[in-house]
Structure formats: C-alpha cells, structure tokens
Design a protein around this ligand. Structure first.
Ligand code: GAR
Length: 214
C-alpha cells in the first residue's frame, strides 16, 4: 500500500509524536515526512532526529504577526507535500487562512472530552468541575478553536486522589492510543471531512468513537 506523507507539528515533549513514530512501521499506511516545531528546545525534535525524520524550527517570535508566521509555516509544510498535517502538542493558535488551507487534512489532539474544557488547563478544570470521567479528543481542525468535529475520544476515570499531573499522565496514555489509530484510519482513506460532518467508511459518524477507561 502506498504510504501517505504527513507532517507533524510540535511545541514540546513530543510524546504523541513518539507514539506516531512508533506506529509508522514498515507496513503502516503513513510516513512522517517532517516534524516542525515553533520552539528550538522542544524535546520532540530530538525524538524526530533519532528516528531519522527531517526537522524544521520556525520560531513565531521572529515574525511580526500571526499572518506572516502562518504563511511561513505553510511554505515550510507544503515543501513536504503532506496529505495530512498533525498537530501534536503544537501550542500556537493558527489563523483562519491556515486552517482553511488544510481543511479536511488537519488533525489535532486536545486533552479533554470535547466540547468540554476547550483551551488550556484542562486537567485542573476537569478536577475543579468534579468530573468523574475525563480524557482526550482527536478532531478535525476548523476555524473554531478546539471546536472542529471530533473523531475519536479516549476516556479515563477520575480518581479521588487525582492531581492535575496524575490525571494528565493517564490521559496522555490514552492519547498515545487514539492518535495513531485515527491517523491510520485517515491514511487508509477511511476518514473524511465533508462540510462539517465526518464520514467513516462512507457513513456519517453520529458521535465520536470512544475508547473507554475499563
Ligand atoms: C498533549 O496532552 C496534547 O493533548 C496537548 O498537549 C500535550 C502535548 O504532549 N495539546 C494541547 O493542549 C493542544 N491545545 P506531548 O508533547 O507529549 O505530545
């Protein structure tokens, strides 16, 4: 099967990137063509280099505004002709032009059960809200921040002794399962975004596919 090339974007540790690297085996339907970071000190860059993947650093602080940064990003990304763009802990907001350019081939993972807890501090906010179940979501990116249609979610049970850090580490383990799986489905041509709807194997997805905590 021909592999689709993807570009991953990171800002930090890159554990989700590592899960994708580990899943990009010889028989996988995708390959990671490049990893782009907005931070030179992102540990994920080391993970990529270790795996022999090309890396680029585009520091947003070197650009006068979001538009010019997004344009530079697009130029760098499109140089690798990716069929899929994967945000893996990329902590910059992307502008509308950028999101439109990659519509239907841009995925993000967010550490909450969307539509709950968009934005930052999700684990702390889930604890403060007394949630019994928390988790992570993989979604298509649209113009609305953390608001695009959700494909897959991984759930974890919240424990009485949980801190934001403990919860984050259990949620991350779910992330490392659901992100590679979603990417695989996309690469196999099973997933499509049509208007605001997700099609899985040609059928509208009524609700996200859920991996529960049991
Ligand atoms: C992950 O928990 C991811 O869901 C989150 O950042 C972490 C990155 O970890 N992403 C966001 O909050 C996006 N708004 P990683 O660098 O180890 O993959």
């Amino acid at each position: 099967m021909p592999k689709i090339p993807l570009v991953a974007m990171i800002s930090g540790n890159g554990s989700n990137l590592q899960a994708l690297i580990d899943a990009a085996t010889e028989d996988a339907p995708f390959r990671i063509a490049a990893v782009i970071s907005n931070r030179a000190d992102a540990f994920g860059l080391e993970r990529a280099q270790r795996a022999g993947i090309e890396t680029r650093i585009l520091d947003h602080r070197e650009y006068p505004d979001r538009e010019s940064y997004d344009r530079a990003l697009m130029a760098a990304i499109d140089g690798f002709s990716p069929e899929l763009l994967v945000l893996a802990g990329f902590m910059r907001i992307l502008g509308e032009g950028f999101v439109r350019h990659y519509r239907g081939r841009l995925l993000n993972i967010h550490p909450s059960l969307l539509p709950k807890f968009k934005g930052l501090g999700t684990h702390r906010r889930a604890l403060e809200a007394g949630e019994q179940i928390h988790g992570a979501s993989v979604h298509f990116v649209t113009e609305e921040l953390d608001g695009g249609p959700v494909i897959m979610q991984g759930e974890v049970a919240v424990r009485p002794e949980d801190t934001a850090e403990l919860l984050a580490s259990r949620v991350l383990k779910r992330e490392h399962i659901i992100y590679p799986l979603t990417v695989r489905w996309f690469a196999e041509g099973r997933l499509r975004l049509e208007e605001a709807k997700i099609l899985l194997d040609g059928q509208p997805l009524a609700r996200p596919v859920v991996f529960d905590y049991r």
